[in-house]
Design a protein. Structure first.
Length: 100
């Protein structure tokens, strides 16, 4: 049987970047994950165009108690957790973020 959680952890350790997670009312904690920011916000001839939200993929065990509204500092930006997608199969959690 394939240990998807171990495989995912190896990927995050190699391709990830360090971030700081601060639970609401809690202490800042370092975490490692993959940040992706497909978000585009541009003014094209007077028409405001937006895209998808930035996301942060992390091992579920590293942020087991993450909650909506928690703060995440990553890639030079400050974000709030807008929603959480957990994948029990590979032990990964994807955080959909919004700019703080």
């Amino acid at each position: 049987m394939v240990d998807f959680a171990a495989h995912t952890r190896r990927i995050l350790s190699r391709l990830g970047e360090d971030a700081t997670w601060t639970p609401s009312g809690g202490t800042a904690t370092p975490v490692r994950g993959v940040f992706s920011s497909p978000f585009v916000n541009a003014d094209l001839g007077g028409v405001q165009v937006g895209g998808d939200r930035p996301r942060f993929s992390v091992m579920s065990a590293d942020m087991a108690s993450v909650a909506r509204g928690d703060a995440l500092a990553v890639h030079g930006g400050s974000f709030l957790v807008a929603s959480i997608e957990r994948d029990a199969g590979c032990g990964e959690t994807v955080l959909n973020l919004e700019v703080a």
